[in-house]
Ligand binder design. Structure first.
Ligand SMILES: Nc1nc2c(c(=O)[nH]1)N[C@H]1C(S)=C(S)[C@@H](COP(=O)(O)OP(=O)(O)OC[C@H]3O[C@@H](n4cnc5c(=O)[nH]c(N)nc54)[C@H](O)[C@@H]3O)O[C@H]1N2
Ligand SMILES: Nc1nc2c(c(=O)[nH]1)N[C@H]1C(S)=C(S)[C@@H](COP(=O)(O)OP(=O)(O)OC[C@H]3O[C@@H](n4cnc5c(=O)[nH]c(N)nc54)[C@H](O)[C@@H]3O)O[C@H]1N2
Ligand code: SF4
Ligand SMILES: [Mo]
Length: 700
C-alpha cells in the first residue's frame, strides 16, 4: 500500500508565486492548500491553485505530438514531429528568407522554468527578427520607460508594499489579479496591513473594483486619460514646491526640462477630460507628496492603452520627484538571486526602434515587434512576410487585439507549429502541435517574477508527479526544436544545471540548487534594499527624468483629448476589460470547479446608461465596435463609471473547432472580437485594449 505524501512547491499559474502543499497518494491529489511555511507567500492561495489537479488529470490535455492530416488529427512520434518541422522550416527559410518564420510567445513562458533559459538558442537557430509576444498586450510600456530612464528594460522598480504609507494604484485590481509587475502573494493581507499601520490606499479606475471597494479612496477616471492626471499631479508638485528629491539629488538629470514641459498641465486644464475635479487632483498630489512614504503603481489600466508609455514614464517621475524612489516605502528594485540584469553592461546599446515593423512601422524593442501588427505581417505580401509561425504557450486568437483577424490570418500561413497543452482556438490552426508537461509535472524556479517581487526570496520546486515516459518539458521541446533547425546535436545541458551555475555565481553567498533542495519551502533573503547604484544601467549612472521620446509624445496626447470631444455618436461607450478571480487569461476554463455556476461573461453597464437605451438587466444585447460584433448578456452594475462598459478578458471558447470539452460548457464571447488592432500606444506599440469605442444596442 502506498503512503499519503506531502509535496511542497510553488504555484506557477500567475506571478504571485504562492507556496502550496499538495497531499497525494500515488498520483491522486487529496488536497491542495497554502504552504504556511513559504517565506514569501506566508499562507496565501487562490482558487486557481486547487485547479492544478484538474489540468493534471484533464482528458483533453495533449500528451503526444499531433499532426493535421486530411483525415483529421493524427498522433505522431516526437522524432517524426521534430524531423518534419526542421525540414519544413529550412525549406521555407531557403525560399523566403530567415524572417519569413515568425514566433509568438504567450504568457506561460514567463511562468515556466527553463523556457527563458533556452529561448536564446532557439531564436538564434531561427535567425528571424519576426518575433512577438504577449508582452506587447501587457507590460511593454514598463520596459520602455525603464529602458529610457534607467538604461535597461529589466530595471523594473516595484512598490515596497510591505512598508509604504500611501499607495496610489492606477488601473490595477490586485484583489482579483493578485498583483502584476509587483509579485506579492496575498495582496488582500498586504493591503489591509497598509491600513492597519495608518497608511492609505487610493485607487484610480473607471470601475469601482474589488480593490477600490476596500481602498480608503476611489476616483473614477475616464479611460485612457491617466497620463493627463499624472502630468497634472507632477505640475502641482513642482508648482507648489513640494519636490523633494532627498537622497536622489545627485543621481537625477532632466528636472528643468520636466518642469518646462509639464507646466501647462494644470489641474484646471485636464479636469474635464479626465473626469476628476481640479481640487481632487490637487489633493491627490499634495497627499502623495506629503505622505511619510508613498508609491504610485500603475498597471494594465495604465499600460494597455493609447498612452501606456507616457503613463509609465510619468508614474516613475512622480515616485522620483517626491523622493520615493529607491527608498523604503517607495518604489524599489528587487535583487533576485537569478538576476536578469546581472549581465547588462551600463550604457549598452538601446534596441528600441532598431527596426521598424514592415507594414505599420511600429518600433522593435527587446527582440520583438508589437503583437498588434502580427496579422499585418502575415497577410501583407512582400519580402519578409511571415509564411510560417511558431506559437509557444500562447493563444492570440483569444488574447490579442482583433483576435478574429488572427483566426483568419493563421489559415493563410504555409506552416504553423504550436507548443501547447491543448488543442484550442489558436493551436487548431497548427500543422503540428507539440504538447509539453505543465503544472504539477514540472519543476519550478521563478526566473522572471523574482525580478518583480516585493521581497527577496529563493525557492526551487521539484515536480510533484513524474512526467509520463513519452512527455517532454517545454525547455526540452525548445532544445529539440533548436537541434531540428540547426542540425546540431543537443549540448547535453539541463535547465537545472544552468540554475545551479547561476545560483552559485549570484551575489548571495552559499546558494546552490542543493541548498534549495534542502529548503523546500524557500529561503528568505530579506526585504528590499536601496540598490539603485547597482541597478541603474545608464552609461553615466544617472536617472533620466525627461527622456526626449516621452516629451515628443506629448502632442499626441493633446490631439487625442481634442478628438475625444468629437467622436461620440457611432460608438458612444468606452469598453474596458476585467479579470475574474476564478479564471486565468484564456486557458483555465477546462477546470469545471472554476467555471461552474452562472456565466460570468457579462457586459457590466451602469443601470442609468442601460435604461436610457431601454435595456433590461439580464437582456442579451448587441455590442459593436470598428472590428466586430458580439451578443452578450447585460449585467446592471452601478460600480461602473457612466459611459464605460466592461467585459471579462480570456473567454470565447469555440467548442466546435477545438478539443476543450469543459471550457465549451461556458464558452462566453471573446472581448478581442471587439478590440481593434489598429489601436496601439504609438510610442511603444503596446495594444490599446482600454477605452475601445463600442455601441450597445437591443437585438430587434
Ligand atoms: N482585451 C484584453 N486582452 C488581453 C488582456 C486584457 O486585459 N484585455 N490581457 C492581456 C495579457 S495581460 C496577457 S498576459 C495576454 C495573454 O495572452 P496569451 O499568452 O496569448 O494567452 P494565454 O491564455 O496566457 O495563453 C496560454 C496558452 O498556453 C497554453 N499553456 C498553458 N500552460 C502551458 C504550459 O505549461 N506549456 C505550454 N507550452 N503551454 C501552456 C494554454 O493552453 C494557452 O494556449 O492576454 C492579453 N489580452
Ligand atoms: N484571477 C486572475 N488573475 C490574474 C490574471 C487573470 O486572468 N485572472 N491575469 C494575470 C495577468 S497575465 C496580468 S498581466 C495581471 C494584470 O493585473 P492587473 O493590472 O491588476 O489587471 P486587471 O485586473 O486587468 O486591472 C486593470 C484595471 O484597470 C482598469 N482600467 C481599464 N482601463 C483603464 C484606464 O484607462 N485607466 C485606469 N486608470 N484604469 C483602467 C480596469 O477597470 C481594471 O480594474 O493579472 C494576473 N492575474
Ligand atoms: S494567486 Fe497565482 S500563484 Fe497564487 S495560488 Fe493563485 S494562481 Fe497560484
Ligand atoms: Mo499579462
Amino acid at each position: 500500500m502506498s503512503e499519503i505524501q506531502t509535496h511542497y512547491r510553488t504555484c506557477n499559474i500567475c506571478e504571485a508565486m504562492c507556496g502550496i502543499e499538495v497531499r497525494h497518494k500515488d498520483n491522486e491529489v487529496l488536497s491542495i492548500r497554502a504552504d504556511k511555511q513559504d517565506p514569501f507567500s506566508m499562507g496565501h492561495i487562490c482558487p486557481k491553485a486547487v485547479a492544478m489537479q484538474d489540468y493534471y488529470k484533464d482528458p483533453d490535455r495533449l500528451k503526444t505530438p499531433i499532426k493535421k492530416t486530411e483525415s483529421g488529427w493524427q498522433d505522431i512520434s516526437w522524432e517524426q514531429a521534430f524531423s518534419e518541422i526542421g525540414e519544413k522550416i529550412r525549406e521555407i527559410q531557403d525560399i523566403h528568407g530567415k524572417d519569413s518564420v515568425g514566433v509568438y510567445l504567450g504568457n506561460p513562458n514567463a511562468h515556466n522554468f527553463g523556457n527563458a533559459i533556452y529561448f536564446p538558442q532557439f531564436f538564434k537557430a531561427l535567425g528571424s527578427i519576426n518575433r512577438y509576444s504577449s508582452a506587447s498586450a501587457d507590460q511593454l510600456p514598463h520596459h520602455v520607460a525603464a529602458n529610457y530612464m534607467f538604461g535597461s528594460g529589466m530595471a523594473i522598480s516595484v512598490p515596497d508594499i510591505n512598508r509604504t504609507d500611501y499607495i496610489l494604484m492606477i488601473g490595477a485590481n490586485p484583489m482579483v489579479s493578485n498583483g502584476s509587475m509587483m509579485t506579492a502573494a496575498g495582496m488582500p493581507k498586504r493591503i489591509k496591513n497598509i491600513q492597519k499601520r495608518g497608511g492609505k490606499v487610493v485607487v484610480i479606475d473607471p470601475r469601482r473594483t474589488e480593490t477600490a471597494k476596500i481602498a480608503d479612496q476611489h476616483h473614477f477616471i475616464k479611460p485612457e486619460q491617466d497620463a493627463l492626471l499624472l502630468l497634472a499631479m507632477i505640475q502641482v508638485i513642482i508648482h507648489d514646491e513640494l519636490v523633494n528629491l532627498r537622497h536622489l539629488k545627485s543621481t537625477v538629470v532632466g528636472f528643468q526640462q520636466l518642469q518646462q514641459t509639464t507646466s501647462e498641465y494644470t489641474p484646471e486644464s485636464v479636469a474635464n477630460a479626465i473626469g476628476l475635479s481640479a481640487e481632487e487632483i490637487r489633493q491627490l498630489a499634495h497627499d502623495f507628496a506629503l505622505a511619510k512614504s508613498a508609491v504610485c503603481y500603475s498597471r494594465m489600466g495604465a499600460s494597455t492603452q493609447t498612452f501606456g508609455g507616457l503613463c509609465q514614464w510619468a508614474t516613475l517621475v512622480l515616485n522620483i520627484i517626491t523622493g520615493n524612489f529607491d527608498r523604503q516605502g517607495g518604489a524599489m528594485f528587487p535583487q533576485p538571486a537569478f538576476d536578469l540584469l546581472a549581465r547588462v553592461n551600463p550604457g549598452k546599446p538601446n534596441s528600441y526602434g532598431r527596426y521598424q515593423s514592415r507594414v505599420r512601422k511600429l518600433p522593435y524593442f527587446n527582440g520583438e515587434f508589437p503583437v498588434a501588427t502580427m496579422a499585418d505581417e502575415i497577410q501583407t505580401k512582400g519580402e519578409r512576410q511571415i509564411k510560417a509561425l511558431f506559437t509557444i504557450a500562447g493563444n492570440p486568437v483569444l488574447s490579442a487585439p482583433n483576435g478574429d483577424r488572427l483566426d483568419t490570418a493563421f489559415e493563410e500561413l504555409d506552416f504553423m507549429v504550436a507548443v501547447d497543452i491543448y488543442l484550442n482556438e489558436t493551436t487548431k490552426h497548427a500543422d503540428i502541435i507539440l504538447p509539453s508537461t505543465t503544472g504539477l509535472e514540472v519543476s519550478h524556479y521563478d526566473v522572471f517574477f523574482n525580478s518583480f517581487a516585493v521581497s527577496n526570496t529563493v525557492k526551487y520546486s521539484t515536480p510533484t508527479f513524474e512526467k509520463e515516459n513519452n512527455q517532454m518539458h517545454d525547455w526540452q521541446i525548445l532544445k529539440a526544436l533548436t537541434s531540428s533547425i540547426t542540425g546540431l546535436p543537443d549540448d547535453g545541458s539541463t535547465a537545472e544545471m544552468i540554475l545551479d551555475m547561476t545560483l552559485k555565481s549570484s551575489s548571495y553567498d552559499d546558494l546552490s540548487l542543493q541548498k534549495l533542495l534542502d529548503n523546500p519551502h524557500g529561503i528568505d533573503l530579506g526585504p528590499l534594499k536601496p540598490c539603485a547604484n547597482e541597478r541603474i544601467k545608464t552609461s553615466d549612472g544617472m536617472i533620466q527624468l525627461a527622456p526626449q521620446i516621452f516629451l515628443d509624445d506629448l502632442p499626441r496626447l493633446k490631439e487625442y483629448s481634442e478628438q475625444q470631444k468629437i467622436i461620440k455618436t457611432e460608438f458612444p461607450f468606452k469598453m474596458i476589460s476585467r479579470r475574474l478571480i476564478r479564471s486565468h487569461n484564456t486557458w483555465t476554463h477546462n477546470s469545471y470547479r472554476l467555471i461552474k455556476g452562472k456565466n460570468p461573461v457579462t457586459l457590466q453597464i451602469h443601470s442609468q446608461d442601460a435604461e436610457s437605451l431601454d435595456i433590461e438587466n439580464g437582456e442579451t444585447v448587441k455590442v459593436r465596435s470598428t472590428t466586430g460584433e458580439v451578443q452578450i448578456d447585460v449585467e446592471f452594475y452601478d460600480d461602473m463609471m457612466q459611459g464605460v462598459v466592461s467585459i471579462p478578458q480570456g473567454w470565447g471558447h469555440n467548442h466546435k473547432n477545438t478539443g476543450m470539452n469543459t471550457a465549451a460548457k461556458q464558452p462566453g464571447i471573446s472581448i478581442n472580437s471587439l478590440t481593434d488592432d489598429s489601436r496601439v500606444d504609438l510610442l511603444t506599440g503596446n495594444a490599446a485594449f482600454n477605452g475601445t469605442p463600442v455601441s450597445v444596442t437591443k437585438i430587434d
